[in-house]
Design a protein around this ligand. Structure first.
Ligand SMILES: Nc1ncnc2c1ncn2[C@@H]1O[C@H](COP(=O)(O)OP(=O)(O)OP(=O)(O)O)[C@@H](O)[C@H]1O
Length: 261
């Protein structure tokens, strides 16, 4: 009889986004052709590219808002057409075209990030408070969102994306319109989440200083006009060591399985 080894650590290098050969055009205007890349669990990926390079288009494809004319996208190992676990993904778009008369309060907008589970339980209220605290907007909790400045609204949408504790956070120029001090604390927070909370990030940014300081000077790859800067959550040495451990464990398991046959 084979005894399942439950002590085997889950491989932390699983692809959670796999893009294979996608091409996209707006009517007759091609934006990307044959783009392929993989995002692995606990990567932090910075997407850099000039205006119009297709960064926002790419993110919109990844969250299912646009459909590529060819190629495949897989999320958490499933074809995007079948993928249903959207609560695993937090997405903050570049612009929220908010109607100033939109009646919801900041708290309600942040709670709506929980999707169906927006009931006012003490637990959800606490999660909401934590997200508001993280973005330093506790004092705005009961204000109408339409009455806030652009930068304040952006913080609210970031808090909304964080409340679900997503496995993957997709951010499209998240700090545009936010003052320098809040930008600093925001980057500090996402770096911390990346290193200690096992969160994976895909972030479009024009902030080369932030990208370089955290993800290094050179892009790891390029697709069309979009450059990918990448850092895994543990440093390379540990990563290699873990890789080795994983592959040896997998080898052991495979050998055990072969013995059974
Ligand atoms: N809805 C649309 N209809 C037609 N063309 C579009 C549409 N949205 C974007 N485009 C065009 O597609 C190209 C890529 O746009 P996209 O917004 O993806 O670029 P980007 O890299 O995010 O740019 P930026 O850095 O300015 O945000 C641009 O040339 C843009 O004009």
């Amino acid at each position: 009889m084979h005894i399942q080894n439950n002590t085997v650590k889950k491989d932390c290098h699983q692809p959670i986004i796999a893009v294979n050969n996608i091409s996209f055009s707006y009517e007759q205007k091609p934006v990307m052709q044959n783009v392929s890349f993989t995002v692995k669990e606990r990567d932090f990926i910075g997407l850099i590219g000039s205006n119009g390079a297709g960064k926002t288009t790419l993110l919109r494809i990844l969250v299912g808002l646009l459909k590529p004319q060819s190629g495949q996208v897989e999320l958490f190992g499933e074809p995007i057409q079948k993928f249903k676990q959207w609560e695993k993904i937090g997405y903050v778009p570049q612009k929220n075209n908010l109607n100033p008369l939109f009646p919801a309060t900041v708290k309600e907008v942040v709670l709506s990030g929980l999707g169906k589970a927006t009931k006012r339980t003490a637990y959800n209220q606490e999660k909401c408070h934590d997200a508001l605290l993280a973005m330093d907007i506790v004092d705005l909790a009961n204000k109408k969102i339409g009455e806030l400045s652009g930068g304040q609204q952006q913080r609210v949408f970031l808090a909304r994306a964080l409340i679900n504790n997503p496995a993957l956070l997709i951010l499209d120029e998240p700090t545009v319109g936010i003052d320098a001090e809040t930008q600093q604390s925001f980057f500090h927070m996402i770096k911390h989440m990346h290193q200690h909370h096992q969160m994976t990030f895909l972030m479009v940014s024009h902030d080369m200083d932030m990208i370089r300081s955290y993800l290094g000077d050179e892009p790891v790859s390029q697709a069309g006009k979009i450059k990918f800067y990448i850092r895994h959550s543990h440093d390379t040495q540990n990563c290699v060591a873990e890789d080795l451990a994983h592959s040896l464990q997998n080898l052991r398991l495979r050998m055990d399985r072969e013995k059974e046959v």
